[in-house]
Design a binder for this molecule. Structure first.
Ligand code: GLU
Ligand code: ZN
Length: 491
């Protein structure tokens, strides 16, 4: 599918925080556009004044930039179909809604909510389809006057053709919808506000979108949109009906659909925890797609080079935080050291740093960074891993202390101190031998001998490679901390 005329869109509504499902949709559209040399259109569906917010709009733009997506048309960059915010296109929707009514593709529906509910319940009870029954399809002028005299305010409803709609989903293959399952539906509210059901396909038509890739939750709107598209084509507003592809559901905990409200689904959470955009995108691409059976780790360029919608798997994908972290860890390792140290910068300052800014030591940081790089899953872990270098005393962690300081730990620490005093402090290997020898003197293997030393010096049982850490911290501070631990054990 390598042609320059592919036009895809990413068209979120600015409500709430961006979530990972949204990012996956953006990613697949973007990758498809880049793979085909097509156009990636970014459109903001902000026609719901009650739910949309400017803050959320800003967040969407900021998120796309952070992820490294560029858009060819959309907010801030403009394009031939500007404006790309639906709130600025209201006149267009009004005009199209009128044309649809004039041509008989849409009509005023005067049914009240309670009337609709009553008829829905009756249909259900009779075992019939419970969607809109078409009552207002043929309202004559007199009836209309009567309704209006009663003070009823109509909505505009689209008239679904009484025919079966079949289309070939790019992911799921051929799908068929019969008319009973796709009733006439509202496109404009009684107060004149156009609905998603209208504005989304109208803009897809006007913006000449060729492929609609979106979540499976929107599958039920596709037959409606195809019918609307046909009407728009008749009116000369649409050119060609786009192809549709529905991306699989993402399942979260307990095999339930991951919802926007799940904390796990918030993009900001991943940013705050120090996921790399490339790690997160690599992981999200696996929710429905894979590069090959034996390669989980790849760059965005590799994904773009290989991506085809036809390869998307229709089965639900499982969101697995552990796997996301493991993949991110691989991407952390792939950075060059300088890039890694720069990306850690936010976590070495307020509000994350637990040390005073003047106690930060650039040279020590540069020395420890390569050791940290091979061990972090997410960048936010850096703070705890290096705090021992910059805090005047190691962080206090009761659980670590209790775990490492056993009977005989004081004797071990005294021997370790002696051996370390005599060691070569320009060589981590020499420091290791010192602790090894101290362990041997007390019948302990290296692992057991090293635990109390680690807790004495860094405060925690888990951390970066110990002997490199000691070397970087330096002889004086290391020995002072062992003394302090011995004093604490003696007390
Ligand atoms: N604004 C819609 C949403 O965020 C777009 C859905 C679509 O891609 O058609 O759900
Ligand atoms: Zn009606």
């Amino acid at each position: 599918m390598a042609n320059g005329s592919v036009r895809v869109r990413f068209c979120p509504s600015p409500t709430g925080n961006p979530h990972v499902g949204l990012v996956r949709t953006a990613l697949f559209n973007w990758a498809f556009a880049r793979h085909t040399g097509g156009t990636f259109v970014f459109r903001i569906e902000d026609t719901d004044a009650a739910r949309d917010s400017e803050e959320s709009y800003e967040q969407l733009l900021d998120s796309l930039r952070w992820l490294g997506f560029t858009w060819d048309e959309g907010p801030e960059v403009g394009g031939p179909h500007a404006p790309y915010r639906q709130s600025q296109r209201m006149d267009t929707y009004k005009e199209v809604a009128e044309k649809l009514q004039e041509a008989g593709h849409a009509y005023h529906c005067y049914c009240t909510a309670s009337e609709l509910e009553e008829r829905r319940d009756a249909a259900r009870a009779a075992g019939k389809p419970s969607g809109y029954d078409g009552k207002c399809r043929e309202v004559g002028p007199e009836q209309k006057d009567r309704y209006e005299a009663e003070g009823r305010e109509p909505i505009v409803r689209f008239r679904m053709p009484d025919e079966t709609i079949t289309f070939t989903d790019l992911v799921r293959g051929e799908l068929t919808f019969t008319p009973e399952n796709v009733p006439d539906y509202g496109i404009v509210r009684a107060n004149g506000a156009p609905l998603y059901t209208l504005v989304n396909p109208v803009d897809d038509a006007l913006m000449e979108i060729t492929h609609v890739l979106r979540g499976e939750d929107l599958l039920s709107s596709t037959p409606r949109q195809i019918a609307l598209y046909k009407a728009l084509t008749e009116l000369g507003i649409a050119k060609e009906i786009p192809s549709f592809g529905h991306l699989p559901y993402v399942m979260g905990e307990g095999n339930k659909k991951l919802s926007k409200r799940d904390p796990q689904s918030s993009l900001n959470l991943y940013r705050e925890r120090g996921f790399l955009p490339e790690g997160l995108l690599n992981y999200l691409s696996l929710l429905g797609w894979s590069l090959s059976a034996d390669q989980d780790i790849f760059t965005i360029e590799e994904m773009v080079a290989a991506f085809d919608v036809a390869d998307v798997n229709p089965n639900p994908a499982r969101f697995d935080l552990k796997k996301a972290e493991a993949i991110n860890a691989d991407h952390v390792r792939l950075l060059d050291v300088k890039d890694f140290t720069e990306r850690c910068a936010p976590w070495l300052k307020a509000p994350f740093a637990t040390w005073a800014p003047e106690d930060f030591d650039e040279a020590k940081w540069e020395a420890i960074a390569p050791h940290a790089q091979t061990r972090l899953k997410v960048l936010s872990e850096i703070t705890e891993n290096v705090d021992f270098l910059f805090l005047p005393e190691p962080a206090e962690d009761e659980a670590s202390w209790a775990k490492a300081m056993k009977e005989g730990s004081d004797a071990l620490l005294r021997t370790a101190k002696e051996k370390l005093e005599a060691a070569d402090w320009t060589s981590a290997e020499s420091l290791k031998e010192a602790v090894l020898a101290a362990g041997q003197a007390h019948g302990l293997k290296l692992g057991k001998a090293q635990a109390p030393v680690r807790v004495a010096v860094t405060g925690r049982t888990i951390g970066l490679p110990l002997f490199e850490s000691l070397e970087i911290l330096g002889k004086e501070k290391t020995l002072t901390r062992i003394d302090a631990a011995l004093a604490k054990l003696g007390a």
